[in-house]
Design a protein around this ligand. Structure first.
Ligand code: KIV
Ligand code: ZN
Length: 396
C-alpha cells in the first residue's frame, strides 16, 4: 500500500484529498464529459497529487463503467474509487470496474436521515442497519479499502448515526464519510458532529473520517475545514467546486486555505498547488462550465487589481493586497487591470511596460485622456493606451 491509501495515512496533520470531479462533479446538470475527457481529467488529478480519484458510478451506465475501468488501469499513483449503492449488483459491478487498479476503493452509501429513509428508501431504520452491514462486508470481500457514507448524514438523528457508523466499521469500513448532502449544516454544527461521533462510537479509531459538503448555502469549504477541525482527515471535493445543484467544496479552495493559513488550519495535503490553475482550466473546458470571474484561487480576477489605491499598494509591495502569490497556484503574474479606478502610479508603470517614458506635462495630459476614455469603456486595453499616447506625441 502506498501513502496515498487513506487507511495507511495516520500522520496526525495529513488530510487526504478525495476528488469527486468525475463522479459528483459530473452530476452537475450539463457537466457530462466524454470518455477521453474523463481520462484527461484523471491524468491531471493524478499529477496534482490527489490521493483518491472517485472515477464514477460503474452501475450507472456502460459509459461510466468503461471510464472507471480505463482510469483504474492507467492511473499510477492515486487510489481509484467507484461508487456503489448498498446493493450486491452495484458493489460487484464496481469491483469489476476497479479490477486493474493499483489501489482500489469501493465507496458504498445508503441514506440514514428520517426523511430519506421514509420517502426515498421506504425502509425502516433496522433494515438500513442490516443493509449497511451486508453492503460493507460484500465490498470488503472484493477490496481491503472500503468507504461507507451516511447519505444525508447531517440531517440524521445522532443516536442512529452512531449506530450506523459502528455497524459500518464492524463490517470492515476503513473510511467513514458523513456527508452534508443537501448543504444544510453550519461550520460549528459540522465540527461538533464529527467530535460527537468520534467520541461516542466505540470503534471510531479504526476508521478515517471524511467530510463531503455541498454548497447550497455557500458553506461547503468552511464546513469541510470545520469537519477537519472536528477530527475528519479526508476531504471530498471537486475542481472548481462543480457538483450537484450549487456544487461541492472546491478542491483549490480547501488546499490553498490550509496552505495560506497553517496557523489557523494546521493540516497538510499532498497537492502540487502550482497545477491548480491548469486543472481548473481543463475541467472548465471539458464541462463547458465557465469559472466565475471572482472565484477564489482560480477565477480570472483572483489576482487582478483595478483600483488606484490597490494598484499603488501592489506596486510598492505585493503583500499589501495579495495573501498568496499567483505563481503558487500556477498563474504567471498579478495583473493590474487598467480602468477608471486606476491611478497615476499604475498608469505610469503601464506606460513604462509599453515602452514609453513621458515628461511630467505629457504624462499628466495622457493620464487625463486615459481617465476620460476609462469613463466611457469598462476596461482600457494596452492598444487603447498605445493609441492614446501616440496621439498625444503627434499632437504635442
Ligand atoms: O452528497 C452525497 O451524500 C453523496 C454521497 C453519495 C456520498 O454524494
Ligand atoms: Zn455529494
Amino acid at each position: 500500500m502506498t501513502d496515498n491509501n487513506a487507511s495507511a495515512t495516520r500522520d496526525a496533520d495529513r488530510v487526504v484529498i478525495f476528488d469527486t470531479t468525475l463522479r459528483d462533479g459530473e452530476q452537475s446538470p450539463g457537466a457530462s464529459m466524454t470518455f477521453e475527457e474523463k481520462l484527461e481529467v484523471a491524468d491531471i488529478l493524478d499529477e496534482l497529487g490527489v490521493d483518491i480519484i472517485e472515477a464514477g458510478f460503474p452501475i450507472a451506465s456502460q459509459g461510466d463503467f468503461e471510464s472507471v475501468f480505463e482510469i483504474a488501469k492507467r492511473v499510477k499513483n492515486a487510489t481509484i474509487a467507484g461508487l456503489a449503492r448498498a446493493a450486491a449488483k452495484d458493489i460487484d459491478r464496481c469491483a469489476e470496474a476497479l479490477r486493474h487498479a493499483r489501489n482500489a476503493r469501493i465507496h458504498t452509501f445508503i441514506s440514514t436521515s428520517p426523511v430519506h429513509m421514509k420517502y426515498k428508501l421506504q425502509m425502516e431504520p433496522e433494515k438500513v442497519l442490516e443493509m449497511i452491514a451486508s453492503s460493507v462486508s460484500r465490498a470488503r470481500n472484493h477490496v481491503a479499502d472500503v468507504e461507507w457514507s451516511a447519505e444525508d448524514g447531517t440531517r440524521t438523528e445522532h443516536d442512529f448515526l452512531c449506530r450506523c457508523v459502528e455497524t459500518a466499521i464492524n463490517a470492515g469500513a476503513t473510511t467513514i464519510n458523513i456527508p452534508d448532502t443537501v448543504g444544510y449544516s453550519t461550520p460549528q454544527e459540522y465540527e461538533a458532529l464529527f467530535r460527537m461521533v468520534r467520541e461516542r462510537v466505540p470503534n471510531a479509531d479504526k476508521a478515517i473520517f471524511s467530510v463531503h459538503c455541498h454548497d447550497d448555502l455557500g458553506l461547503a469549504v468552511a464546513n469541510s475545514l470545520a469537519g477537519v477541525r472536528g477530527g475528519a482527515r479526508q476531504i471530498e471535493c471537486t475542481i472548481n467546486g462543480i457538483g450537484e445543484r450549487a456544487g461541492n467544496a472546491a478542491l483549490e479552495e480547501v488546499v490553498m486555505a490550509t496552505r495560506t493559513r497553517p496557523d489557523a488550519l494546521p493540516f497538510r495535503t499532498n497537492i502540487d498547488a502550482e497545477l491548480l490553475t491548469r486543472a481548473s482550466k481543463l475541467v472548465s473546458a471539458v464541462t463547458s462550465f465557465p469559472v466565475q470571474y471572482n472565484k477564489a484561487i482560480v477565477g480570472r480576477n483572483a489576482f487582478a487589481h483595478e483600483s488606484g489605491i490597490h494598484q499603488d499598494g501592489m506596486l510598492k509591495n505585493a503583500h499589501t493586497y495579495e495573501i498568496m502569490t499567483p505563481e503558487s497556484v500556477g498563474v504567471s503574474k498579478t495583473s493590474l487591470v487598467m480602468g477608471k479606478h486606476s491611478g497615476r502610479h499604475a498608469f505610469k508603470e503601464k506606460l513604462k511596460e509599453l515602452g514609453y517614458e513621458l515628461g511630467e506635462n505629457a504624462l499628466e495630459d495622457a493620464f487625463k485622456r486615459f481617465k476620460d476614455l476609462a469613463d466611457r469603456k469598462k476596461l482600457v486595453y494596452d492598444e487603447d493606451i498605445v493609441a492614446l499616447v501616440d496621439d498625444e506625441i503627434v499632437t504635442a
